[in-house]
Ligand binder design. Structure first.
Ligand SMILES: [Zn+2]
Length: 350
């Protein structure tokens, strides 16, 4: 069972678990997540599927236009309709008609399903009024919109969506995810074959790194648990930090993969580079390594493609992964003392 919701039944964590850990055969759950976040700020109760459709298709269309796969099966009437509408081959009315008939297939029933677990709260319920099927938004959804985490979540869904569609598009769930330090984005490299040897487009941008990482830390600084933002230019905009400092690599002749997702965490400004007690290139105390292990296990509980990247790098089993972290940490400790820790702890963590 996933530990993410253990002793934590907050609405934020429940909603995040839907888009971070729910299994997907199509990206409809992401579109519905964004639609619900959008609607939670409006004073609406019951919506027919016809009312819901324009919001929902707006998100689908944005992603369909990217050309990436939105479904694992070979054909879908709804995705086909998205393409046709985009190519001006069907009218808006026809598009909405197809959407309400087949665009919500399974997603309404499966939305709250996460592996081996049932959520305590529901963000909407299916309902029918005057022969029209639709949904009723619940008070829990409206409460979620008042959360300070709310703004981050919209972007987190987007980050997760970017990862999943690229993994499907490349038809390779085993993409090796890399981190571009300068652009602060995740990318992968297509395997070089005889056909694409001379092609400079073997690099595929995945997503800005903050978006898919934030949810697994529940919107908190990895070190002090203060709340962070993934939007730029906010007072609490987070930094991307290498748990084991990148400079440790200079002491080693083998590639330590310190830019791997397993070593990347989001930190508040003060913890990362604050004047009084910034971490900078210091190594954290070993207690914090357990937390990194826990965060990595959260990533492994969600599919494509971060899970596979971390497993490939750090091991197939929990025990192997824990040993991997321990070994690399001990190596780092032989170079510099493991002594840094945050000054204050702000919350009960993630
Ligand atoms: Zn902090």
């Amino acid at each position: 069972m996933n530990q993410f919701l253990l002793n934590d039944s907050s609405l934020e964590s429940q909603f995040r678990s839907v888009f971070l850990f729910g299994r997907n055969v199509a990206t409809y759950k992401f579109a519905l997540s964004k639609t619900l976040l959008q609607l939670s700020q409006k004073e609406v109760g019951f919506l027919t599927l016809e009312d819901l459709s324009p919001y929902y298709v707006e998100h689908m269309l944005q992603h369909v236009r990217s050309g990436k796969r939105q479904i694992t099966s070979t054909s879908s009437k709804f995705i086909q309709a998205c393409h046709l509408y985009d190519a001006e081959q069907i009218s808006w009315g026809d598009f909405i008609d197809v959407t309400q008939k087949v665009g919500f297939n399974n997603v309404l029933d499966a939305f709250h399903n996460i592996p081996n677990q049932t959520l305590d709260n529901a963000f909407f319920e299916k309902d029918v009024k005057g022969n029209k099927p639709g949904i009723v938004l619940t008070d829990d959804l409206f409460r979620l919109s008042e959360s300070p985490e709310f703004e981050n979540m919209y972007e987190e869904v987007e980050g997760r969506w970017n990862l999943v569609e690229t993994a499907w598009q490349e038809q390779n769930p085993n993409l090796h995810v890399n981190f571009d330090v300068d652009k602060e984005e995740l990318f992968c490299l297509r395997p070089v074959t005889a056909q694409n040897y001379m092609n400079s487009h073997n690099r595929v941008s995945l997503t800005p790194v903050r978006k898919p990482l934030n949810g697994y830390q529940k919107g908190k600084c990895f070190y002090c648990f203060d709340s962070i933002s993934i939007e730029s230019s906010k007072e609490n905009t987070c930094d991307v930090d290498h748990f084991i400092p990148l400079s440790i690599q200079f002491s080693s002749t083998r590639d330590l993969d310190l830019n791997g997702v397993w070593n990347l965490v989001l930190s508040c400004h003060d913890c990362n580079r604050g004047d009084s007690n910034g971490k900078f290139t210091r190594l954290p105390i070993k207690q914090l390594l357990l937390r990194l292990n826990k965060r990595n296990e959260y990533l492994i509980d969600s599919n494509h493609p971060l899970k596979e990247s971390i497993i490939r790098k750090t091991g197939n089993t929990k025990a192997a992964r824990s040993k991997f972290l321990e070994t690399i940490f001990d190596y780092a400790k032989s170079i510099r003392p493991a002594e840094w820790k945050p000054k204050t702890i702000h919350d009960r963590g993630f």
